[in-house]
Every structure is written in C-alpha cells, then in structure tokens.
Design a protein around this ligand. Structure first.
Ligand SMILES: CC(C)(COP(=O)(O)OP(=O)(O)OC[C@H]1O[C@@H](n2cnc3c(N)ncnc32)[C@H](O)[C@@H]1OP(=O)(O)O)[C@@H](O)C(=O)NCCC(=O)NCCS
Length: 199
C-alpha cells in the first residue's frame, strides 16, 4: 500500500511518500531497523526497551507469535515506523506496539499505520481495537496521582500535559479512555486503557 502526500485524504496527511508493508515480509536489515525505531521512540519512557538486545528480542518475539500481525512504514527503503496487533479476543485486537522514528514523528506516519491496521482489522471482522498506553514520565494528568478508590472518575478526567503523550494521538483518531490500570509501572505510574469501535 502506497501513501502519497498528494492524494492522502486522511485526518493527518503524511508529509512524504510512504509504503506500508506487511511486517512478515521485512528483510533482516529492516527488522534491525524496526528494533532501532522501538528503542529510539520509547527512549523517554522508563519502561521502554533500552537494555541491550531488548528491542531486538521484542521484534523476534512478536514475529514468532501466531496471533500477532504487523505493518511497517517504509520511506526510501528505510523503516520509519511500525504497528502491531495481538488477536486477544475473537473480535477484539490489542494494538502493540505503535512506534515512529523520532525524526519522523508528527508527520503523519503513525496515523497512516493506524489507518492500515484499522482497515485490516475491520476486514477481518474485528469489532474493537484497544490498547494500553503507559504514563511513567508525566505525559498525563494522572501521573503521580493516587487513583484509588474511584479509579474510573480519574480515568474520565485524564488529559495530556505539556510533555505530550500518545493519549492525544489516539483521541484524535477516535479512541476513548475506557479505564486505567493503577500503579502497574510503580506507584503513580499507570497504564491508560483506550478502545475504539471499528466500522
Ligand atoms: C505516538 C506516535 C505513534 C504518533 O505517531 P506520529 O507519526 O508522530 O503521529 P501523527 O503525525 O500521525 O500525529 C497525528 C496527530 O496526533 C497527535 N499527536 C501525535 N503525537 C502526539 C504527542 N506525542 N503528544 C500530543 N499529541 C500527539 C497530534 O494531534 C497530531 O497532529 P499534529 O501533529 O498535526 O498536531 C509517535 O509519536 C511515537 O512513536 N511516539 C513515541 C512512542 C509512543 O508513545 N507510542 C505509543 C505507545 S501506546
């Protein structure tokens, strides 16, 4: 699938020509590129993949799973982002991961990858896409807040801080906050759960 800036009518137009390809068909060099993008995109996140070999191990593990599928965005053969999903339920897939190379962020790559996954998931009969988006650095107003006992009222009030967070990206694409897993990355470091109805 080719996404050209000139004919891209999506919500966030891509800033340069992109090709979206099946993750299963990537070359060894592109797979190393996928690991680098994973490491670099999450460098600001304590729960990222900074340990030596961690990003490469994650790429290998995902590729080996029969219930996982993915797409990669290529620009001039360089892998600039990728998205994956796990078929957790018969009609509900979990997005994991979605990462864009830091020098290519805010140029429409993430939106193009998400659109490709949503179209494919819808075609395959998925009704819902969902994800957990961690905040262990202060990107949302939930960071460092004790969410108990009324966790859901905090979930309803979640906003993005000036540090920026993927929550804003997903909201812009129709995903709603459907819950929070409190303290799962340490006290005050929560995982925000989001979902979208397809179709
Ligand atoms: C989140 C991410 C995947 C988005 O991909 P992207 O290619 O940068 O996003 P797009 O250019 O398609 O953005 C579309 C819109 O989403 C919103 N958005 C994207 N990233 C954002 C951020 N970090 N903070 C706030 N809003 C954001 C903006 O409204 C943006 O439009 P604008 O640039 O015109 O304002 C990418 O920035 C990334 O890899 N971030 C680090 C890793 C990460 O957080 N992954 C998600 C884990 S769940």
């Amino acid at each position: 699938m080719t996404v050209n800036p000139a004919d891209d009518k999506s919500k966030t137009a891509v800033a340069f020509p992109l090709i979206i390809v099946d993750f299963g068909g990537l070359t060894e060099a592109q797979l190393l590129g996928a690991a680098k993008v994973l490491r670099d995109a999450l460098a600001h996140v304590p729960s990222g993949y900074q340990a030596e070999g961690a990003a490469e191990a994650e790429v290998a593990a995902r590729r080996g799973e029969t219930d996982w599928l993915g797409f990669a965005a290529l620009h001039d053969e360089r892998l600039v982002g990728w998205i994956g999903a796990i078929k957790v339920y018969a009609h509900g897939w979990e997005i994991h991961p979605l990462v864009v190379a830091p020098d290519r962020q805010r140029q429409g790559v993430g939106s193009a990858l998400l659109a490709a996954l949503e179209a494919h998931a819808h075609c395959e009969g998925a009704a819902t896409l969902f994800l957990g988006t961690d905040d262990d650095y202060g990107g949302t107003t939930l960071f460092d807040v004790d969410l108990w006992p009324d966790v859901l009222s905090h979930a309803r009030s979640a906003e993005v801080t000036e540090r920026g967070h993927a929550l804003a990206f997903y909201r812009c694409h129709g995903y709603a906050v459907v819950g929070v897993l409190p303290d799962v990355n340490g006290l005050g470091r929560h995982d925000v759960l989001m979902a979208k109805r397809l179709g």
